[in-house]
Design a protein around this ligand. Structure first.
Ligand code: SAM
Length: 142
């Protein structure tokens, strides 16, 4: 198993650069999702139109990200980089599931209906219209 320092050494420049641009208002999304986590009981999260906003994985153990942008694919393909970003925030990457799907979220996604506790909709269009079916009964769209 890799130690925390090893993650730092292997992180690819691309993932780090994309994340630092995403996180330009340092920690704002981490604080936002922490506030949501305090209000709702959630384990599984679906985030269509996520781009490279990894912050939900700082808070929740299982997050599925969906985006059509190739830069998001490059970011999430850099598994070592993503693990390093999680480890930087004190998250054990082995205890968290980070899945990325490159797709148009309005197309049929290879995901079960009712599989998620929380649907995140942030500046990415008509997410709830296309993806609410993936929320469990009693789940939350935020
Ligand atoms: C303005 S960015 C917001 C990114 C992120 N939600 C945030 O708040 O930082 C919008 C993102 O939604 C993605 N997006 C928009 N429509 C989409 C669609 N139909 N399917 C997949 N991704 C989509 C874009 O590729 C882009 O990465």
């Amino acid at each position: 198993m890799w130690g925390r320092r090893s993650y730092g050494r292997v992180v690819l420049e691309q993932a780090r650069r994309l994340w630092e641009k995403q996180d330009q208002h340092r920690g704002d999304r981490h604080r936002l999702f922490s506030a949501v986590a305090a209000a709702v009981d959630v384990e599984t999260v679906l985030y269509p139109g996520s781009y490279v906003d990894l912050a939900p994985s700082f808070v929740w153990p299982s997050v599925t990200y969906v985006d059509i942008d190739r830069r998001a694919t490059q970011f999430f393909d850099d598994e070592a980089g993503v693990r390093a970003l999680l480890a930087d925030r004190g998250v054990d990457p082995d205890s968290h599931s980070v899945r990325f799907i490159e797709a148009d979220y309005s197309d049929s996604l290879d995901l079960d209906d009712g599989a998620f506790d929380l649907l995140v909709s942030l500046y990415a269009g008509f997410v709830s219209e296309a993806c609410t079916r993936h929320l469990r009964v009693g789940g939350c769209c935020w």
